[in-house]
Design a protein around this ligand. Sequence first.
Ligand SMILES: Nc1nc2c(ncn2[C@@H]2O[C@H](COP(=O)(O)OP(=O)(O)OP(=O)(O)O)[C@@H](O)[C@H]2O)c(=O)[nH]1
Ligand SMILES: C[S@@+](CC[C@H](N)C(=O)[O-])C[C@H]1O[C@@H](n2cnc3c(N)ncnc32)[C@H](O)[C@@H]1O
Ligand code: SF4
Ligand code: SF4
Length: 324
Amino acid sequence: MLSDDFDREVSGLRVSLTDRCNFDCVYCHNEGLGDTRGPLDPSDAEMRTDTVVQTLEVAAEFGIDSVKFTGGEPMLRRDLEEVVRRTPDSMTTSLTTNGTFLPGRADALREAGLSRVNISQDTLDPDAFRELTQSGAYESVIDGVDAALDAGLVPVKLNMVVFEQTAGYVPEMVDRVANTDGLRLQLIEYMPEIAGHPEWAIDIDRVHDWLDEQAARVEHREMHDRRRYHIDGDSDEGLVEIVDPVGNHDFCANCHRVRVTHDGHLKGCLNRHDDHRPLGKTKAEMRETFRETVANRVPYYGEYLVEEDGEWTVNEAYLDGAAD
Ligand SMILES: Nc1nc2c(ncn2[C@@H]2O[C@H](COP(=O)(O)OP(=O)(O)OP(=O)(O)O)[C@@H](O)[C@H]2O)c(=O)[nH]1
Ligand SMILES: C[S@@+](CC[C@H](N)C(=O)[O-])C[C@H]1O[C@@H](n2cnc3c(N)ncnc32)[C@H](O)[C@@H]1O
Ligand code: SF4
Ligand code: SF4
């Protein structure tokens, strides 16, 4: 397994299959790839199926044992089932999607070997949903959640971005997963680093404190040191996890993932734009890109950014590409 200079072994790969999307969420960071708006047709810049599969095969050689397909909206890729089918057996596969295309395709994805899905849903209020996603597809998302549960793509994790506009919906979302078998909730701290609007952020500790009071049990997940709350209800699990990366050096110190962009670059950190390396064409080139990317990987908060007088500033060691 590849490891960086901060003893972080790389066990996971996140592949952005496209930067296109049928939604236009007001908060979208698009995994650091820029705007999702634009034509929905496949673009020439996107990796071809064979390139994606070759990348996965190289990742598997390095002992990477899980892959997350994301985007943009990864279900806009018509070859998604094929990509999943051709993923090496040593890797578990999961998908993060807005859910709209799951009705009608969830079974095929399951048959292709997909293990589970995360579906973005910030509210149970259709009007608020329309405003947040700048789309009117609430019913398709609800149907998508049902389709994923029926297909056995479990646990189905609902991804809710928590910020000023959504914080009031946290209790109803917690209630939903506490009372529905197969569902989990991920409360994702709003990340302004790429999306802008720092004034939308709320103090995520308030959500931790509130959940602490509700929970029967609290545990830590190894990945990112994320905290998990078990909430009593009718469901067999009732699990709520907080994803709180902003300004959190413990989260970055436990980050074990590298990322592939839709246009075939490897990058070591979601928040950075200065660490993209072209994957290369042959497997030998790809292997070298993995080695170089991991060798230059650094925790974003605490190393790439350092805290001075309460402000995060870029560590001088990494200015002018000194990291490369
Ligand atoms: N800064 C940062 N944010 C992350 C990272 N991983 C996930 N996130 C945030 O969490 C969001 C949802 O992530 P998902 O794609 O659903 O995956 P996940 O929750 O990390 O993965 P699983 O729980 O294993 O399914 C991302 O879009 C980011 O906003 C990370 O490594 N760094
Ligand atoms: C960029 S989307 C890509 C996959 C798919 N289109 C979806 O929405 O699930 C991946 C995840 O990032 C989350 N996300 C987007 N912008 C964010 C932001 N500024 N802060 C925190 N999470 C964000 C979304 O809620 C979603 O769960
Ligand atoms: S559905 Fe996902 S990729 Fe599309 S705009 Fe929303 S968060 Fe971004
Ligand atoms: S190092 Fe980058 S990708 Fe990893 S947790 Fe920190 S911000 Fe996220």
